[in-house]
Write a protein that binds this ligand. Structure first.
Ligand code: CMC
Length: 430
């Protein structure tokens, strides 16, 4: 039975259709609200606005549940490879053996980047942030593939762009890593799987041919990338959709998504968490002092890696990451004192009424940095690793938006500035 919502404005009643998702989520469809009533809705920060329907990811923040195309994040993290999850997000189903092999081979074909791209490192200032470099390099890819500029091209051409982007992202991330260390770039080895190839380009040296990525690290990296692969309409995915809705090409849409991700309230939080934990350690390790600072409304300090717009229960990704963190550090025999601080901080916050009342739990970024550090990554590289994992999600969101033929995203506003007034010449202004 179709349901309608009724609203009364200025004594007149209007009916608006209700849309129900496959998991029973309900929305009032306000597409025609302004035409019918002259009113718009106001929801700064989109706290209660569905910007799209989507068949990619379902999450229920009240119970801490996350599924991609119906598969639980726990199952995917435990049983799938990152590339299988990428395929699932982009093409809608888990691949058969043959489909996976075709996908994997196509990605292996495109791992090299044009040597011209390396010239960009000549203009980046020494020590510049890897995320700034990544944003520039991913958008520059569109200049090397001018045919990709038109997203209306045939399906094969669009598919090739998606594969190229998946293939070149690890190569570019590894180039950024090598260049920041002043080391020569290591080329892709296409006999290696996606994650091992990335680790090889990052940690092997051109002067030595005996590097083999530690299977513990390959496994943890696969898991971390799966846990970051998509998260429905978050700030960066919405940015990718918004930019793509103007018919901008995939490379530039994703580059815009990477920009959104860089912010410390979004993916940039993983860098901030580790810097915060280090600061607490340097300060003597008194976690209660920092919990109190986070609660103080006159203090700008927040507990980084805590809280989430949609999770009002444990972030299921954080649960898996916390366990992975313990496993990886144990297996690698790494003792990192900030892990102890992180656990104490978590305990102090989770028993504090301020955090309990506001339902603030550790999020995906709280423990991930400790694992990245144990793997050998510097702090300012953590968000690059988040971006590499999130890539299939951005591609799938962009593609879904295009396949659904969504219109250009263009919100409205309520104007609060001055009403019309006459222009004043300099000597008339006070
Ligand atoms: N520390 C202290 N107080 C907090 C925190 C925190 N980390 N997060 C939220 N609060 C308080 C906030 O001050 C507010 O209190 P009050 O109701 O008294 O004004 C209340 O909790 C609600 O917070 P909000 O800022 O209105 O919530 P939001 O949905 O707009 O923001 C958030 C969500 C993730 C930006 C925020 O929780 C935050 O800044 N967290 C720290 C940054 C972080 O870890 N970001 C990574 C998010 S997960 C990775 C990703 O997917 O991007």
């Amino acid at each position: 039975m179709s349901e309608n919502a009724k609203i009364t404005l200025e004594g007149k009643e209007f009916e608006l259709p209700v849309v129900t998702g496959t998991e029973g989520e309900k929305a009032i469809d306000i597409t025609k609200l302004r035409d019918q009533t002259g009113y718009i809705t106001l929801d700064v920060g989109y706290k209660n606005t569905g910007a799209t329907t989507s068949a990619l990811t379902f999450l229920d923040g009240e119970v801490g549940l996350l599924r991609h195309r119906g598969y639980s994040i726990e199952d995917l993290a435990e049983k799938a490879s990152f590339l299988e999850v990428a395929y699932l997000l982009i093409y809608g189903e888990l691949p058969t053996r043959q489909e996976f092999s075709d996908f994997d081979n196509s990605i292996r074909e495109h791992t090299l980047v044009n040597e011209g791209l390396e010239n960009m490192f000549k203009v980046f200032p020494t020590g510049s942030h890897p995320m700034g470099q990544l944003i520039s390099m991913i958008s520059a890819l569109s200049l090397f593939y001018p045919k990709s500029l038109n997203p209306h091209r045939d399906t094969d051409a669009v598919n090739r762009t998606m594969l190229r982007l998946m293939a070149k992202m690890p190569t570019i991330c590894a180039m950024i890593f090598k260049k920041r260390n002043g080391h020569p770039i290591v080329y892709p080895k296409n006999n290696l799987d996606y994650v091992s190839n990335y680790l090889n380009m990052t940690f092997s040296q051109v002067t030595m041919d005996d590097y083999t990525a530690d299977p513990i690290i390959v496994d943890a990296m696969n898991k971390l990338m799966i846990l970051h692969a998509d998260h429905e309409q978050n700030c960066s995915a919405s940015t990718v959709r918004m930019v793509g809705s103007s018919n901008a090409n995939l490379y530039c849409s994703v580059s815009a998504g990477i920009s959104a991700l860089w912010g410390p309230l979004h993916g940039g939080a993983n860098q901030e968490v580790l810097e915060m934990l280090e600061m607490i350690k340097e300060d003597g390790g008194n976690v209660q002092k920092w919990v109190d600072k986070a609660k103080d409304k006159n203090d700008n300090f927040r507990l980084m890696g805590f809280g989430h717009r949609v999770y009002k229960n444990f972030d299921p990704r954080a649960k898996i990451i916390k366990k992975t963190c313990d496993d990886v550090l144990n297996k690698l025999g790494v003792h990192d004192p900030v892990l102890e601080i992180a656990k104490k901080l978590e305990e102090a916050a989770l028993t504090d009424s301020y955090f309990v009342e506001r339902k603030l739990y550790p999020n995906v970024d709280f423990y991930s940095g400790i694992i990245y550090r144990a793997m050998g990554f510097p702090t300012d590289f953590f968000t690059v690793l988040f971006a590499m994992g999130r890539l299939p999600g951005w591609i799938a969101q962009w593609q879904e938006m295009r396949n659904d033929k969504q219109p250009i995203a263009r919100p409205r506003q309520i104007y609060t500035g001055p009403t019309e007034r006459p222009f004043l010449f300099f000597d008339q202004r006070s």
